[in-house]
Write a new protein. Structure first.
Length: 478
């Protein structure tokens, strides 16, 4: 048996022993017998999700939960796959894939980077390029935006003479990648960010204000991009002069910057989803129209938008072909992890387990009375480390579980803590298994592994420099 196979089986056995065997041990006070069982399931599930696989550990996690006194197997499965969150994620993933397949993202990206005012302004061109591709990830997946950004950059490099190994090339590959994954995380009402948001609400009773979350994250990521590009010029001494030879007309392409009916329609669909989130948060719930929207619920509204996309036709075909789009757009890894993580995390923090009391006893000496500035810095650094060690969603749930008993000790709303954890969890990229996107970075032969560590850690430093002041300022408002 090959060493990799042996390692896989050994890790699987360890995870399963925690999942099904930990609860057989005598309870560690103040954990109850039920607490031991669910703690073992939680530890085993996180271990397997981070180091082994996604789908089969998620299934076994639900079965293990159903074999405890907390609920039956049927109830565990129902609470996982029957949750509103899985429904919303399914719809969002299909819509995002339809937008991606339409080519809308590339049209917008090329339009952004071919503005005339960027001619002969290489530093500004670089900044607009990185930010522009990042903003495109809000309309399509970060996967599509990253690949699109790299392909366009390869054309630029070939045009002006940049090569693999050039410092500018290396930092552009990393900068585009980070901008895409971080800006995509600003819409926390979709994909795995929504899982963390709903898990935090279940644990604390505090919902995430997605408008505030977006504004804070946008400010932080934009500041980082500005500092990153300035660092390219003044710290890492990149050669920007070659960009003066960029042929804007060639980048525009022939007819590629025109929006067709399908592009405009999907922009409308995406706008309807964003509008729902913003309108229901900003305007008073007693207004008749807002009351109607709240009655429909977010998941119902998402379904209405999806139905509209399937009803409208273009060139004698549905604008959104569900079967075709779902076959490539649905991420079963995300759906399965979501279905397992939420019920297990909810069970772990229930009053019957004793977990809250245990965490409070263990961590009180560390966090009790901690200065707010130190607390926010510690929280950011801890999440940075965790999200780069294991799955960003799974490790986000872990930190929430650990930190929640102490969030009430400060003058700011616990919701701010949830916002920090969710946004920082997006930064999984230092190690190959940090996130679903990290392998794309490691698989790009325009950047070497040592440069991922070197410049990646520098990027984390920039994040800390930009995020701490922003979150501290927000703490006096939220």
């Amino acid at each position: 048996m090959k060493s990799k196979d042996m390692s896989y089986y050994m890790k699987s056995v360890i995870g399963l022993l925690f999942m099904f065997g930990f609860g057989l041990l005598p309870p560690i006070e103040p954990l109850t017998s039920l607490g031991m069982q669910i703690a073992g399931i939680f530890i085993g599930l996180i271990f397997l999700l981070c180091l082994v696989d996604i789908v089969w550990p998620s299934m076994l996690g639900l079965i293990a939960l159903g074999m405890t006194e907390y609920c039956s197997v049927e109830e565990a499965i129902s609470s996982g796959f029957g949750s509103e969150l899985v429904w919303m994620m399914l719809i969002i993933l299909v819509l995002a894939e339809a937008i991606n397949m339409s080519g809308l993202g590339e049209v917008i990206a090329r339009w952004l980077i071919t503005r005339r005012f960027l001619n002969k302004r290489p530093v500004l061109f670089t900044l607009v390029y990185i930010i522009g591709l990042g903003l495109c990830s809000l309309l399509v997946s970060s996967t599509a935006a990253v690949i699109m950004g790299w392909v366009i950059f390869y054309d630029i490099a070939d045009m002006v003479g940049y090569k693999k190994g050039d410092r500018y090339s290396t930092l552009m590959i990393l900068g585009t990648f980070m901008s895409c994954i971080m800006y995509e995380g600003l819409f926390a009402f979709q994909s795995w960010w929504l899982v963390l948001g709903e898990t935090f609400r279940d644990m604390t009773g505090y919902g995430i204000n997605y408008v505030t979350y977006f504004i804070l994250g946008f400010i932080i990521e934009t500041l980082i991009n500005i500092l990153f590009v300035l660092s390219m010029k003044y710290v890492f001494k990149c050669d920007f002069d070659k960009l003066n030879e960029v042929d804007i007309k060639k980048l525009e392409g022939e007819g590629e910057l025109k929006l067709n009916f399908l592009h405009k329609f999907f922009l409308l669909c995406f706008g309807m989803i964003v509008a729902y989130v913003f309108v229901t948060i900003i305007y008073p719930p007693q207004w008749p129209f807002i009351a109607l929207l709240n009655r429909i619920t977010q998941s119902g509204w998402f379904a209405i938008v999806l139905c509209l996309a399937m009803i409208v036709r273009w060139k004698e075909k549905p604008a959104l072909d569900f079967s075709k789009t779902a076959s490539t757009g649905l991420s079963w890894n995300i759906l399965m992890m979501c279905a397992a993580i939420i019920p297990v995390a909810r069970a772990l923090t229930s009053d019957a387990t004793g977990m809250k009391e245990m965490l409070n006893n263990l961590l009180s000496p560390i966090f009790s009375g901690m200065n707010p500035v130190v607390f926010i810095i510690t929280l950011i650094v801890m999440m940075m480390i965790l999200t780069n060690v294991g799955s960003n969603m799974a490790t986000g749930v872990v930190l929430m579980t650990v930190i929640i008993p102490f969030v009430g000790d400060y003058y700011f709303s616990p919701a701010l803590v949830g916002m920090i954890i969710i946004f920082v969890a997006t930064m999984g990229f230092i190690l190959p298994g940090s996130s679903g996107m990290a392998p794309y970075l490691y698989g790009n032969d325009w950047i070497q592994v040592r440069d991922i560590y070197r410049y990646g850690l520098f990027y984390c430093l920039l994040f800390l420099i930009c995020s701490v002041p922003v979150y501290l300022a927000a703490s006096f408002i939220i």
